[in-house]
Design a protein around this ligand. Sequence first.
Ligand SMILES: [Zn+2]
Ligand SMILES: [Zn+2]
Length: 60
Amino acid sequence: MSEEQTCQRCGETVELDQEDFELFERMHPECFHFAFEHDLNKPGLSVDENCGDDACPAGA
Ligand SMILES: [Zn+2]
Ligand SMILES: [Zn+2]
C-alpha cells in the first residue's frame, strides 16, 4: 500500500506518481499553477479568471 500524498495547497489527496508529485512541489498540477504561475503576468488575478496560459484550469 502506498503512502498518501497530500496537496500542500488544498489538503486533498494527490494521485500522481511520487516523482511527479515532487515535481509539482507536493501539490496538484492545478494548485501548483495557481500558487506559482497563475498571477505572474497579472498579479492578484482571481482563480476564476483564465490567465492565458494553455495549462490554466480556470475559465476554460
Ligand atoms: Zn491541491
Ligand atoms: Zn492560470
